[in-house]
Ligand binder design. Sequence first.
Ligand code: SAM
Length: 178
Amino acid sequence: MFILDLTLIFAIIFVILIVSTVIATIWASVPFVPTPRKTIDAMIKAAELKGDETVYDLGAGDGRMLIRVKKKYPNITAIGYEIVPLVWFMGWLRTFVSRSGVKLKFGNSFKADIGDADCILLYMITRLMALFAKKFDKELRPGTKVISHGFQFKDREYIKMIEVPGMLGMTRVYVYEW
Ligand SMILES: C[S@@+](CC[C@H](N)C(=O)[O-])C[C@H]1O[C@@H](n2cnc3c(N)ncnc32)[C@H](O)[C@@H]1O
């Protein structure tokens, strides 16, 4: 009887997790697609970090970008936001196991307080890039680096574009100074 109750509770939690994940993914309109390691490394190199900065990933997925940057620069503050429950949970586990000290928060990036950012990492879609541009105009300090995997900001010049060879051809990384 007790085992049956426990199974039912786990089944309910599982269904809630799956349903909320589907709803959040549809709402966010960007699926979780991780950035390949080579591209992450190109983004980290492009960030030209000194080692004491505050770095955000606004749509952090499973946190892999921040874990990699934090491993390279252990004294940075690395903060990620992820809105899809299951993806965030996978990321939470990954950051916990990595013992990297990455802070992966469950929530909406558009509500994040990013005024202390020195560098923002992004892998989004064109429609959301326009919304992020508005947020960055209001909140970022002049000179903050924004490094975007694959997608550009409309009406803004990048300072550098890097091409990274991948399995499906070249991937582009765009570097902006806000
Ligand atoms: C293309 S994936 C990139 C993941 C990770 N940054 C990487 O490059 O490996 C984009 C992620 O952003 C999340 N996302 C989309 N909109 C968001 C929002 N408003 N707030 C937080 N996360 C969001 C999605 O759920 C998805 O996991």
